[in-house]
Design a protein around this ligand. Structure first.
Ligand code: EPZ
Length: 416
């Protein structure tokens, strides 16, 4: 199993163009099957989760191939509506294909996505929304057998602003007669990017980014070319790395607005942050400060995906910072690994208290999940000595080439 080895203690300096967003490209790849033609995705990140989605698209009968830097999907040959267990198990977020398959085929069969490292990942909100559109969904021994020969648009209120349920309902509603109004929809920027892709395809969708999204179903579709938005969590990762290591980095192709809660936290910790059109510059020198309490929340609140990453940046700060993880049940699995490097963190249920130490020490650690693995990268860069990070496949689900990116900023890092 591949490892990443870091010689820590070096400042980071340089410029980086941020990869396309994992959490945007995955729902957009599902959305490509709504149109029996070509979708060209520019700026598509080469991630293992994207490769898993490509395998699903090919299983469904689509063509999906890289053409230079673009990922081209031709869904005109789609002829299946099932996702087999082994493909569902590769990536639990494959449930995002359900709404699109129902919209295109009227049938769908897939195994229950199950939980993941972050705890149980229920899909009750997805299923409730699809049933409200008229889908008949039966859970038969871990398999979802779904029929939706005729879906009717209607007003749907999500009991909580679930990102995946919002996306699944949007895609299913594209196949429903009439208008669907989604209330209490998630407001993440990736949903606005999905809307932009759908509109580019000819679908009639508006309101994404707000809590109310309106979809006019069964619109004629056409070929589309779309550029995937930059990955705000990858950007947060590299900002946190520079904050922890010291130095100055400039990130290109990133919207300051999409990261405002993260940059506010890093600024409070003592970093200087400036930004222009599509660029963010962070400068960090001296010891960071603790920043009180960080509570994760749905967008535009502090993103749960940046919790572990910011925690890693504050391990050597002066004072104590309290984290409250309000989104997932089990999102502190990286804490034990950080403590092996000398961090002082205590966890009680959803609360983690980080007391800054003066030094971190390189150690052999293992990724527990995607963003927990990213936190180990940040800590390893700031630690004295050598850090070996195992199970890096977790990181490669969401980061195209972290070794390439961090080396370009001056880090002493390699894949072993
Ligand atoms: C998306 O997951 C992201 N994944 C996650 O990113 C991200 O952490 C999460 O949104 C929150 O921002 C992708 O976009 C592929 P949710 P999703 O539905 O859609 C509960 C990463 O690291 N819930 O908004 O699964 C759920 O248990 C990943 O890039 C239900 O109870 O998140 C959680 O507590 C990790 N029932 C909360 O809602 C449901 O039917 C938010 O989940 C659905 C969700």
């Amino acid at each position: 199993m591949s490892r990443i080895v870091i010689q820590g203690g070096r400042k980071l300096e340089g410029e980086l163009t941020i990869q396309g967003a994992k959490n945007s490209v995955l729902p957009i790849l599902a959305a490509t099957i709504l149109h029996p033609g070509r979708s060209v995705l520019l700026g598509c990140p080469r991630l293992s989760d994207v490769e898993a989605s490509i395998r699903i698209l090919r299983h469904l009968g689509c063509q999906a191939d890289w053409e230079d830097e673009a990922l081209v999907v031709d869904a005109s040959t789609l002829d299946r509506w099932d996702i087999p267990d082994h493909l569902m198990r590769e990536m639990r977020s494959s449930v995002i294909f359900l709404g699109a398959i129902l919209a295109r085929m009227g049938w769908a069969e897939l195994s229950h996505p199950g939980g993941c490292e972050l705890g149980p990942r229920p899909i009750d909100l997805h299923l409730t929304a699809l049933r409200q559109l008229g889908a008949d969904l039966r859970d038969e021994g871990g398999f979802l057998r779904c029929t939706a020969q005729h879906m009717e648009g209607r007003e749907i209120t999500l009991s909580l602003p679930s990102v995946g349920a919002t996306e699944n309902a949007m895609l299913a509603a594209c196949g429903a007669e009439g208008e669907t109004v989604l209330l209490n929809a998630a407001r993440e920027p990736e949903i606005a990017d999905l809307q932009s892709f759908l509109r580019g395809m000819g679908c009639q969708v508006r309101g994404a980014g707000s809590s109310t999204i309106c979809i006019q179903g069964r619109r004629p579709t056409h070929d589309v070319v779309h550029t995937i938005m930059p990955d705000r969590i990858a950007a947060a990762t590299y900002l946190a790395a520079a904050a922890a290591s010291g130095g100055q980095v400039a990130l290109r192709r990133i919207s300051h607005r999409h990261l405002s809660t993260v940059t506010a936290a890093l600024h409070a910790a003592g970093c200087q942050i400036t930004g222009g059109e599509g660029q963010l510059i962070l400068r960090s020198e001296g010891r960071l400060r603790s920043i009180g309490t960080v509570r994760t929340a749905p967008y535009p609140g502090f993103p749960t995906d940046a919790q572990a990453i910011l925690m890693a940046a504050l391990l050597r700060s002066q004072g104590a910072t309290v984290f409250v993880e309000n989104i997932f049940e089990n999102r502190y699995r990286h804490v034990d690994e950080l403590c092996r490097m000398g961090a002082d963190i205590s966890v009680a249920d959803r609360v983690a208290v980080v007391t800054g130490v003066t030094e971190l020490y390189g150690a052999e650690v293992r990724c527990t999940d995607l963003r927990g693995g990213a936190a180990l990268l940040v800590a390893g860069l700031a630690a004295q000595g050598t850090t070996g990070i195992g199970d890096v496949f977790h990181i490669l689900r969401g980061y195209e080439d972290p070794v390439r990116d961090l080396r370009s900023l001056g880090a002493d890092i390699r894949m072993a």
